[in-house]
Design a protein around this ligand. Structure first.
Ligand code: FAD
Length: 288
């Protein structure tokens, strides 16, 4: 089903998984997806060489299997970097052959040797997909704190508007740890005449090291509330991970109470994260 149609009916709940790196079997990703499908998400998205990891080869196959075997809507990510026009067309044809109707069209994370070929920006890819595969439902990325390369949040929001104008049907946010930043961003989008639904992406942090890495790669700011929890968790890895789940569940409950279009969990291939966030959203009445 087209994600835009689901978003038109209800607030959504979804997960992201990433393909196994290197030559690890696709079955591993499918086993994770099957466990996540047990929480009845509206869709599961599959990354495309996120972080320049080079693991995009299995994205289409995993998306197809999520659709066919886990009987869950799949959202296949696709990037401009490293993809020619012909690559994009082949990828989309394969998705269509397997009934996958949803693509998240991205520029892609920069990495050595990963260059733009035919499409410079996500809006170029979106315009091409809209013209060449009008049956697709197209998502795009947005950044509540502004993209790391953007000169300002206002300049970045103009580019989000360009993605809407090129044909994006919905947006998914970058992770953030301070909901107030998202609420301000949402108001700024309304002022910029961005009308497509904005699905909120939340990632439970897993350790002090991981959140520091995220802050540097995506420019997400770390509020004092998070730092205090990590200090209280001390050096114990399990206590740090528990603090991350607790904090994410609090963020999700607050977002649910503030009328978001959808909640997307960067579940890092961990079915336990999918279960914990699902249960928190049942508890607060967001999910039945
Ligand atoms: P763009 O929209 O092209 O924006 C990139 C930068 O260029 C921004 O600063 C923007 O303001 C600016 N810009 C945009 N259009 C123009 C224009 N016409 N002229 C001048 N400047 C412009 N990366 C992966 O590699 N694989 C993944 O699977 C993946 N999944 C993601 C999922 C989500 C939900 C999000 C939020 C990000 C994901 N990323 C992924 C990361 C993403 O690819 C990077 O953040 C990338 O740096 C930007 O992608 P974009 O699609 O937002 O690019």
């Amino acid at each position: 089903m087209r994600i835009a149609n689901i978003l038109a009916q209800r607030q959504t709940f979804s997960f992201e998984i990433f393909p196994p790196r290197g030559d690890l079997p696709v079955e591993q990703a499918m086993s994770i997806a099957a466990q996540m499908a047990a929480q009845h998400p509206d869709w599961i998205s599959v990354t495309f060489s996120a972080g320049g990891s080079g693991n995009s080869g299995a994205t289409g196959a995993i998306a197809a299997q999520i659709q066919a075997e886990a009987r869950t809507n799949a959202l296949a990510h696709l990037t401009c970097l490293g993809s020619s026009r012909a690559d994009v067309d082949t990828f989309v044809e394969e998705l269509a052959a397997h009934g996958v109707e949803n693509v998240l069209a991205l520029r892609g994370d920069r990495a050595p040797g990963r260059e733009a070929i035919d499409f410079e920006h996500a809006s170029d890819l979106i315009a091409h997909l809209k013209a060449s595969a009008p049956q697709l439902c197209i998502g795009a990325a947005c950044y509540p704190e502004g993209h790391v390369e953007a000169s300002s949040l206002a300049a970045d929001i103009e580019q989000i508007k360009a993605k809407q104008d090129a044909g994006a049907d919905f947006l998914v946010t970058q992770l953030f740890f301070d909901n107030e930043l998202f609420y301000r961003f949402r108001e700024a989008c309304v002022r910029a005449r961005i009308k497509i639904p904005i699905v909120v992406g939340i990632m439970p942090f897993t350790s002090t090291k991981q959140i520091q890495r995220m802050a540097f790669t995506c420019g997400a700011s770390i509020p004092a509330a998070v730092i205090k929890r990590l200090i209280a968790a001390g050096e114990d890895p399990q206590s740090q991970a528990n603090a991350g789940i607790e904090y994410a569940c609090e963020q999700l409950r607050d977002l649910a109470a503030n009328g978001v279009d959808g909640l997307h969990i960067y579940s890092m291939n961990k079915p336990s994260v999918a279960r914990a966030t699902h249960d928190a959203l049942v508890e607060c009445g967001y999910l039945a």
